[in-house]
Design a protein around this ligand. Sequence first.
Ligand code: SAH
Length: 219
Amino acid sequence: MNGQDRSTTLHTKLITTLWDRGDIRSEHIKSAMLGVKREFFIPKLLKLESYIDRPLPIGNGQTISAPHMVAIMAEEMDASPGQKVLEIGSGSGYHAAVVSRSILPGGHLFSIERIGALVKFARRNLDAAGIENVTVIEGDGSLGLTSEAPFDRIYYTCAGPDVPKIVMDQLCDGGKLLAVIGPKYGTQRLIRFTKSGGEVEEEPLSYCVFVPLIGELGY
Ligand code: SAH
C-alpha cells in the first residue's frame, strides 16, 4: 500500500470509530469529516499521527483539537448549508475546514486568530486542503468580529471566563453559540447558547480541556 492509500485507510477508520462511539451522529457531519484530510493541518514532523484521535501541538504553545472534539462540537452546533459562521481561535484551521464543509453550498466561515504565525499556518493549510469558503483574520477574538456580524453560528475553540455581551450581540435571532467556559487551566465545560426572540437559553454539554482565550475579554 502506498502512503496515500494508507492515509486514506487510517482516515476512514478514524471516522468509523467516531461514528461507532456516537461522537459523529449524522451523515451530514460524517461527510464533512470525511471530506477533510487532517494531515494537511498537522506540522511536518507529526504527520504520521494525523489520524490518531488526540490533540497535537501546532507550535506557539497551541494545539489542534482531537477529531472526536471537532465531531462533538460540529454535531452540537448543527450548522446548515448557506450559513455564516464565526470561529474564535483558528489554530491549524482543521476545525474550520470541517465546519466549512457542513455549510456548503453557499455558507462562509470567518475565523479569528490572535497569533500571526498561526494565521499564516491556518491559511496555508486551508489552501492546501482546497477549502475556499473560510477567511482567516488576525485579531483579538475575545471581542468577536463586529465587522462581519451577525452570524448564524459562533463557536470558541479556546476557553474563556464567560461569553461577553459584545459577542452574544453578534449572534442572529435563532442562532446558536458554542462556548468553552471555565478556568484558564483545568477542566472546562462546553456550553450551548440558543437565541430566540431576544431570550438566550443556556445548555451545559460535555466537560473538556482547551487552551485559554487570551485577550481583552479573555484571560
Ligand atoms: N480549532 C483549532 C484549535 C485551536 S486552539 C484547530 O482545529 O486547530 C485555540 C486557538 O485559539 C489557538 O490558536 C489560540 O492562539 C487561539 N486564541 C486564543 N485566544 C484568542 C483570541 N483572543 N482571539 C483569537 N484567537 C485566540
